[in-house]
Design a protein around this ligand. Sequence first.
Ligand code: AMP
Length: 158
Amino acid sequence: MKRLHLLLMISLSVVMADSYATGKTVSGIGHYDCNNVFAKILDGKLPATKIYEDNHVLAFNDIRPLRPVHILVIPKGEYRSLVDFSTNASDVEIAALVRALGKVAKIAKVEQSGFSIMSNSGHDGGQTVPHLHFHLLGGTKVHWEEALLQQQIKHKAD
Ligand code: AMP
C-alpha cells in the first residue's frame, strides 16, 4: 500500500511538473517561482538525463527533443530569464554558463558539425519555464525558426 502511494505521488508530480512546462508562456521578469520544473530538477525532486554539471550550471536532455541533440543548459542560481541573469548574476556565474555551453557542445560531439543555441524570453519569446535556460540544438540542420515553431506546435498538442 505504501509503495502504491509513493508510486502515485511520483507519477502525479511528474505529470504536474510536465504540464507546468507545456503550453502557457510565462513572463521573463518578476519574482522567481521556486515551484518551476527546472527548480525541481535542480532539487532532485524530478528526474533528468544529466549531460554536464558543475558548481554553477546543469545541462540535461530536453524531454521533448526537437533535434537529435537537444540539451537544456541552465544556471543553478534562481534566475527567471536572460534579463534577470545578466542583471543580477555574478561574473563567475555568467562565465561558468558561457563556458558550459561550449563544454556541452563538445560532450554532445557537435562542435564540428555545428549547432544552434536558443533562449526564449517572456511571452513573445515563447518561454514556458520561468527559469533561464538555453536550448542547444544539433545533430542535423537546425533552422531555429522552424524549431521554435515545432516547439510551439508540440506544446499546443500536449
Ligand atoms: P521554453 O519553451 O523555451 O521555455 O522551453 C522549455 C523546454 O523545457 C521545452 O523544450 C520542454 O520540452 C522542456 N521541458 C519541460 N519539462 C521538462 C522536463 N521535466 N525535463 C526536461 N525538459 C523539460
